[in-house]
Design a protein around this ligand. Sequence first.
Ligand SMILES: [Zn+2]
Length: 316
Amino acid sequence: MIPIESPGPDLVTALANARSAVEDHMVRADRAGIIWREETVSELLWVHAHPHISCADFSRKQENRVGADWLWWWVDGSGECFGLLVQAKRLHHSQSQQPHAQLDFGHGDGEHFRRLVGTADRLGVPAAYIVYFGGVEHRYGLSCEADDHTSQCLPCKRRSVSVITALQAGMLLGASQRDAATGTFLYSKPLEDLVNPDLAARPIQDLNLCNVDMELRRLLLTPQVGARLVAKEVFRMVAEMRMGQLSAAVADRVELEDDIIFPDLPLDSGHFSRPYYPYVMRGLRRRLPDTVQHVLNGKPPPEEFHGVAGLVVVYC
Ligand SMILES: [Zn+2]
């Protein structure tokens, strides 16, 4: 059995502190002229979030099999959990005289994106990016644009570690790297907000609410805790982007496998590459998959983890 602790609201503070620590690293590195790397920042993030998280790092033992993507499972005291396959991505800037922010989701001719999405499909969870925007003073034009914005601006500082789903990132694939940076800053959300019950208390507005069953509607419209809260906040990002698209045209529904809490879902895709309800909600499970339990018990990662660099379990 894995040790399930329930840190409650302290997890928000722990993730905010971890974000603050990695922001400090990114700022100091930039000032010193050191190009900080996603791997280093991710490592620091999880070190500072301990003991709210546990990690299993496959990269040392399984050099030839790993990718750059980490499998996150958010687990709560009831055993319910939400899985997400995550690739870390950092903000870059152009080398022009007036540098602007850039973000490259299409790296390697789109191969990295396709691999992330494909591996997530195999694991039956949504894919996402953790985006490191760096310190406020090194954003090259990205900011909250408030009149009182400064280098100490809290809303902007909180964005230094943000999350965006691959469904949303896929919409930015054809854009310039400059537009991808701007769009991601607009549509992503700070990592710590995924577990903040105060923010999650707001009902979700979605075009397909009338097509979902009572229990899921309750999740989307009322305050949540634990894994359901994380699933709700990930879904909120997608739903908000969906609201900006055309009206819903949906009658079809899809049924997903056992252990998925909401198996009966609308098939509307909007402008996304695939139906967004099942894409996000397939990550919400009644219990951790056996393969994850095995890895947490010290067993070697099974074949289905091919291409995964490691596992992060967040006790939410
Ligand atoms: Zn600001």
